[in-house]
Design a protein around this ligand. Structure first.
Ligand code: AP5
Ligand code: MG
Length: 190
């Protein structure tokens, strides 16, 4: 499978759909949020930097994030495709990813954008707070994450459009339907 960049607001389903895609196509998966949460859990230097920023809904600096991404990518088996979940989140990260992959003779592949209304996102994340207790799933921090998404990440959609990579999928109330639409598209790439 080609590389896939899964893109969308907090709670849009990047992690959920990534798991389903990995199961169907047998590819690698990098969730930068999960990588950072593991660093925090292990008490590393990166984790110490990340904790305050994540708890406040802010992004980790690009330079550090790009280093982490390259290291994580190089540790995965090569050749079966990778789904990038939560990266890139800024135009600088997108340019860096393009360069990093080109240096390795790889392609960025396609971008899958999940479009979900904000009321639904808020409900999902508050529900996850009860189920999983993620530190950044509280109303105040979620609002900051939405604001950061709108100001720093959403403009990237136009960057992907220019690259001819953008494919959008809009939430219409059914997880199965959204997933079926994504699979129908991804099946054409195999
Ligand atoms: P990250 O972990 O990536 O968080 P996020 O972008 O806020 O997204 P979430 O993981 O909250 O949501 P999701 O889209 O994965 O949705 P999910 O499938 O879980 O990043 C966290 C932080 O790390 C950032 O704020 C930043 O500080 C830092 N960071 C990470 N990457 C970075 C980068 N590249 N640069 C700088 N900083 C970075 O679904 C949400 C919930 O909804 C789940 O509980 C799910 O079960 C539920 N759900 C209910 N119905 C549905 C449905 N129909 N479809 C999908 N999910 C559903
Ligand atoms: Mg996630």
């Amino acid at each position: 499978m080609k590389n896939i960049i899964i893109f969308g607001a907090p709670g849009s389903g990047k992690g959920t759909y990534s798991e389903a895609i990995v199961e169907r196509y047998g590819m690698g998966h990098i969730s930068t949020g999960d990588v950072l949460r593991a660093e925090i859990k292990n008490g590393t230097e990166v984790g110490k930097v990340a904790k305050g920023l994540i708890d406040n809904g802010q992004l980790i600096p690009d330079e550090l994030m790009i280093q982490i991404l390259a290291k994580t990518y190089d540790a995965l088996p090569q050749g079966c495709g990778v789904i990038f979940d939560g990266f890139p989140r800024t135009i600088a990260q997108a340019e860096a990813l393009k360069k990093m992959l080109a240096e390795r003779g790889h392609d960025m592949g396609v971008m899958v954008e999940l479009i979900v209304d904000e009321d639904t996102l808020m409900k999902r994340l508050l529900n996850r707070a009860i189920e999983q207790g993620r530190a950044d799933d509280n109303e105040e921090t979620i609002k900051k994450r939405f604001a950061v998404y709108h100001s720093q990440t959403e403009p990237l959609a136009a960057w992907f459009e220019k690259e001819g990579m953008r494919h959008t999928f809009t939430w219409e109330g059914s997880k199965d339907l959204m997933l079926a639409n994504i699979f129908t598209f991804l099946d054409t790439l195999k």
